[in-house]
Design a protein around this ligand. Sequence first.
Ligand SMILES: *Cc1c(COP(=O)(O)O)cnc(C)c1O
Length: 223
Amino acid sequence: MNKIISNYRNIINEIKSYEKEFYESAKNIDLVAVSKTFPAEKIELILNLGHRVFGENRVQEAAEKWPILKKKFDNVELHLIGPLQSNKAKLALEIFDVIQTLDREKLVLKIKEFKENHEQKKDHKFFIQVNTGNEKQKAGIEPDKLIDFVSWCKNDVNLEISGLMCIPPINESSAKHFEILHSLAEKSSLKFLSMGMSNDFKEAIKFGATHVRVGSGIFGKRD
Ligand SMILES: *Cc1c(COP(=O)(O)O)cnc(C)c1O
């Protein structure tokens, strides 16, 4: 069997087994298959198995690959998991269904403006990225500003927020950061939690992830 296909099946089975291990009832955790850097023919291997939820981290790369794939396969849900510049907001809304990386007011206002001025049939979902490790170089809103930011989005801008996302610092154990994100989501009554990658999605599921983002675990090493 093709390696990508067998990797994919293994990840799906692992997710199911962790759901059973940590929860009494099924959670239906979404596997966001992170296809950044991989060409369309590799992505099609799992589209052909019926997988529909994918993640890309660059708007430009997604704009080159996904419009064609979306014509070929129905009901794809494409998530933006990388930083979004305000001047690419319009393009991002055209290509992506879920934006996981809202992290500042200017971007939220830009998105709101486009949604109002460009009648789009698409029903986007928005997540806020939280910089749980307070890392200087990393995108995301600081944890202690999150609650205010969520209520500003909802009440002042009238943009509905669905969930939170985080990328823990490389040199720390992820558990602490997943716990922070989980607790912030509870405090702000948000339902979805995007956390966990190839190396730590088990831990993320333990802490309540609803979306895990797995790239190399499915498609192999990136160049
Ligand atoms: C690349 C990427 C992933 C996937 O990482 P893997 O270690 O390949 O599973 C997940 N989330 C984000 C934000 C990424 O940029």
